[in-house]
Design a protein around this ligand. Structure first.
Ligand code: 13P
Ligand code: SF4
Length: 302
């Protein structure tokens, strides 16, 4: 209780809002002003009139908010909350790949550092990856860094996709056998998975969607049971917003330890000590912002 009161007080003092990703701890989601997916959070960071944004997510999300809003203070409560997939590519390695495919456009998943976004033509999220790829005039697309998302997009487009070799260690833990066991136990359930899952898992799904896409789909579906293939934090909103519907995790192992680092105590510390301020060198910020603005202009595709 003390923590909730203190957060309320600090938010008022600092004219701050709290943005939280759908994978955050339940108590962090519950204290946030807005909970969403990478696309929704980027949009909210731009439209909010707050002076300070406490970004409860991982590094690339808070960094993107800072790129888009140089006049606002963006705080990442836990500096160690870093997405391992975003670290699977560097600007230099991307530049070398571009040299090998001079005709290709570069689409980078938002799960990348700003320095990689700065080397890309456009960003995308899981909510608009197919739409973004199809919007480009080029026929060849270098898609970084998530191989699974790249392969999923490749199956939905006529364009030639050159996939990078990165992956999400959390979504990789979902195996086809896990989904098959759940399907056997819940034969009426719809299978909804995130596109960061392996291709042999997405092949078993009824729908492949972003985290917010899963939430939207469930609300309008006539089904009462769902098997969910993504990080377990999503179950909090699924259960809260859909009383009467039942959700079964494809496996209990899909916990992203980085997403779970932010706590109520770290939100308080972030606001009290102004920690950790996200900043990006101006030359990189301007180029990365161009790629992120294009992503936002493309809109959601799910
Ligand atoms: P969403 O944008 O679908 O929420 O996914 C973000 C992410 O990090 C998935 O692992
Ligand atoms: Fe990165 Fe995967 Fe965690 Fe998302 S779930 S933040 S992609 S490690």
């Amino acid at each position: 209780m003390y923590e909730l009161e203190r957060i309320k007080q600090l938010k008022k003092e600092r004219k701050a809002i709290i943005l939280a990703h759908n994978y955050q701890r339940a108590e962090v989601q519950d204290v946030a002003d807005f909970v969403g997916d990478s696309f929704g959070l980027s949009q909210k960071a731009v439209t909010s009139g707050a002076e300070v944004i406490v970004f409860c997510g991982v590094d690339f999300m808070a960094e993107s908010a800072a790129v888009l809003n140089p006049e606002k203070t963006v705080l990442l409560p836990e500096l160690a909350a870093q997405c391992p997939m975003a670290a699977m590519i560097t600007p230099l390695s991307l530049r070398l790949e571009r040299e090998k495919h001079p005709e290709a456009a570069v689409v980078c998943y938002v799960n990348t550092p700003a320095s990689v976004k700065a080397e890309s033509d456009i960003c995308c999220t899981s909510a608009n990856a197919i739409k973004v790829v199809n919007s480009l005039p080029q026929n060849e697309i270098i898609f970084v860094p998530d191989r699974n998302l790249a392969l999923y997009v490749a199956a939905q487009t006529d364009k030639k996709i050159i996939a990078w070799d990165g992956y999400c260690p959390t979504h990789h833990l979902i195996l086809p056998g896990d989904v098959l066991i759940e399907k056997e136990e819940h034969p009426d359930a719809e299978v909804l998975v995130h596109p960061e899952c392996r291709p042999d898992v997405t092949a078993l799904a009824d729908k492949v969607l972003s985290t917010e896409g899963i939430l939207r789909y469930v609300k309008q579906s006539g089904s009462m049971e769902f098997i969910i293939g993504t990080e377990l934090g999503l179950l909090h909103r699924l259960n809260k917003e859909n009383p009467g519907k039942k959700f079964f995790a494809a496996t209990k192992y899909t916990v992203c330890p980085n997403m779970k680092m932010n706590t109520l105590a770290s939100i308080i510390r972030a606001l009290e000590k102004n920690e950790h301020v996200m900043s990006v060198p101006e030359d990189i910020r301007i180029k990365a912002k161009r790629a992120l603005d294009r992503m936002l202009e493309a809109g959601r595709g799910d």
